[in-house]
Design a protein around this ligand. Sequence first.
Ligand SMILES: Cc1ncc(COP(=O)(O)O)c(C=O)c1O
Length: 330
Amino acid sequence: MVDLFEKCRQRSRVDDAKDKGIYPYFHALETRQDCEVVMEGKRRIMLGSNNYLGLTTEPEVIEAGIKALEQYGTGCSGSRFLNGTLRMHIELEEELAHFLGKEAVTTFSTGFQSNLGIISAVVGRHDVVICDRENHASIYDGCRLSFGKLMMYRHADMEDLEAQLQKVPDTFGCLIVTDGIFSMGGDIAKLPEICALAKKYGARVMVDDAHALGVIGKGGRGSASHFGLEDQVDIYMGTFSKSLASLGGYMAASREVVEYVRHVSRPFIFSASITPSHLLQVAGLPRRIHGGLRAGGPAPRHQRLSPQVPEGPPHPHHRIRDPRGSHLYL
Ligand SMILES: Cc1ncc(COP(=O)(O)O)c(C=O)c1O
């Protein structure tokens, strides 16, 4: 038998990069996540963060986290399924469902786990899941965890997507999954074309809005809202760890689909629920981001931070610089 750890000893590109002093990973910050940080004793401009709305340092959000810790303690010590459901989980899910205009929402411990938990639950042995090649790793891992067949299409290539759809057997169900805003390229998925093809072939559509929530769409509602396709995207997935400055993830869909996932999804059932402080940092945020849409309220937060965001859907290729935040986004 060979030593299992032999691979760990072999020289790799990691060692080369370290030797050359160009290894880019695990550099420790000594300050909060903000536009400017101190990294290894030096002031740096942060260009790599997903803190799209600058909420990591918002006093109201910090205060909510502290109050939750004091009132409910540090953690739930169990999964949503068993002892780990607080009234706050249910209230946040109802609030998000209302904000996103879907019948129901369920939360997961992280965004990564949401993709694992949703896809592995809804894609069964006699189903196909079709992915854009540039989808996030967690989507791919969700596909691997499912018993269904994985197909892929070239990034944003609608002809290739249609070619894959034509290969799906008539007796199989089919889910098309795409990032809403692609995590690496920053481009927006071609949702109008994807939804039209899904309708033509009878497939369902799931969008990962990790980078779109709070950033595009009416009041920051994400990519389906950006295109006015709320009723054609069947499942929204999102995370609290980027624009919402916390930790956790969610799915929003019809009540029957959410109920199904809550009873069969292993990453949901067998993992501890979101902690009280992470929950309360997020609670009320959809309303706050969306606040300006109420008569007499302030401008929506994503527009206050980005005054150059035009009213209505921005042009898909319009790049916008957040004047206070730390990221260039669409
Ligand atoms: C598109 C996409 N989906 C899911 C995730 C996972 O989210 P989280 O970091 O909250 O687990 C990420 C995080 O990088 C992402 O970019």
